[in-house]
Design a binder for this molecule. Structure first.
Ligand SMILES: Cc1cc2nc3c(=O)[nH]c(=O)nc-3n(C[C@H](O)[C@H](O)[C@H](O)COP(=O)(O)OP(=O)(O)OC[C@H]3O[C@@H](n4cnc5c(N)ncnc54)[C@H](O)[C@@H]3O)c2cc1C
Length: 324
């Protein structure tokens, strides 16, 4: 119920546009690396100093105008250049909708090709994040087209989908990121129960570790991480065939610990002004993330009208739920 509420908020275009005007608020600054490239490079350097590599995402949602998609492409090209110039250990994550998938397939494809061309010149990997089910097949179609010309590209498999195994086998020769899935999907196509999503996650990750090219295990779930640690040991899977990934700002201690233990670790580093949808999905996943909101709402210095109103609304809903 709370998950549905935050997913609905994440899809609200009015609040999304309002939030962009106010800069990072409501605690989003703890989980978004910065609003510009300079701040983001600084955050990447800090993570690199701990032996952690990064995948950098220029946040952006609800792109329905070509100018906005072109602006997003230019920003991503700027990040690629900055990663190269600063010689930091990082690559790119992006969403096909941000580059115009909802406007015109060929237009989005051309934008992606330009990004891949620049990244391949620097031997840099580009990951296509996968969004909700309405964009799933179009995003994989974009991927299929890109693979005809480029090999520095990979994508995501969401284990809540019944067809996750089929997608894993189709794209086994790519570097794949495995996640549980962040959107609300109908029961006809996606598992709804955590135990089923987790079981499918383990199934597809293990299959890809044994049969695939390179596996990014993207979860904050310590039970799954511990399970995979035992699996790779038992099956002698070399460390250069996989990595663990988590989102910037979450479970920082565990991120550092895994890197310290000698596992390849990559942090997903989102940046930019369009933080609202990303942040609401994080609240949908884990209501405890509301702690981040509470800290900001009660800090007078960082309050804004939007912050107070939205924070009170969210906390109100939380307390009502706890009383039940
Ligand atoms: C690097 C990365 C990239 C992603 N890319 C995509 C994408 O392209 N498409 C997409 O749909 N989704 C993506 N996601 C989101 C993903 O689908 C999940 O929604 C999200 O990761 C939450 O699931 P989880 O596996 O982390 O664990 P959950 O199922 O949310 O949590 C499992 C358990 O882990 C523990 N836990 C989780 N978080 C915390 C925390 N912060 N502190 C302490 N304990 C915690 C708790 O015990 C919890 O019960 C991505 C996630 C990551 C990490």
């Amino acid at each position: 119920m709370l998950k549905d509420f935050f997913i609905a908020l994440s899809q609200n275009q009015f609040l999304n546009s309002a939030a962009k005007k106010y800069g990072l608020r409501l605690g989003a600054q703890s989980v978004v690396a910065g609003t510009n490239v300079e701040e983001t490079i600084k955050s990447i350097k800090e993570l690199n100093a701990h032996g952690i590599s990064c995948t950098v995402d220029n946040l952006g949602e609800f792109v329905f105008k070509k100018e906005e998609a072109t602006e997003a492409k230019e920003k991503i090209l700027e990040v690629i250049e900055a990663i190269h110039e600063n010689n930091v250990d990082a690559h790119i994550s992006l969403k096909a909708t941000q580059l115009g998938l909802d406007i015109d397939f060929d237009f989005a494809l051309e934008n992606l090709k330009e990004i891949l061309k620049k990244a391949s010149g620097y031997n840099m990997f580009v990951n296509i994040d996968i969004e909700d089910s309405s964009h799933l097949q179009p995003s994989y179609d974009v991927l299929d087209e890109l693979l005809k010309e480029y090999d520095n590209v990979g994508a995501v498999i969401q284990s809540y989908f019944h067809r996750a195994q089929e997608y894993t086998e189709k794209y086994k020769d790519l570097r794949l990121r495995f996640v549980k899935g962040a959107y609300k999907e109908p029961a006809e196509i996606a598992y709804q129960e955590k135990k089923d999503i987790d079981a499918n996650f383990i199934k597809v990750v293990e299959w890809h570790l044994l049969n695939g090219k390179f596996t990014s295990i993207a979860t904050h779930d310590h039970n799954i991480i511990n399970h995979i640690k035992k699996f790779v040991k038992r099956n002698n899977i070399p460390k250069d065939k996989y990595e663990f990934q988590m989102l910037y700002g979450f479970r920082k201690d565990l991120q550092l610990q895994l890197a310290k233990e000698g596992y390849n670790f990559c942090t997903y580093v989102p940046f930019g002004k369009d933080w609202y949808g990303y942040f609401m999905r994080r609240l949908a996943e884990r209501p405890q993330n509301l702690n981040l909101v509470a800290k900001q709402v009660f800090n007078k210095k960082t309050n804004t009208v939007l912050g107070v109103a939205a924070g009170a609304f969210i906390l109100g809903r939380m307390s009502k739920r706890n009383k039940k």
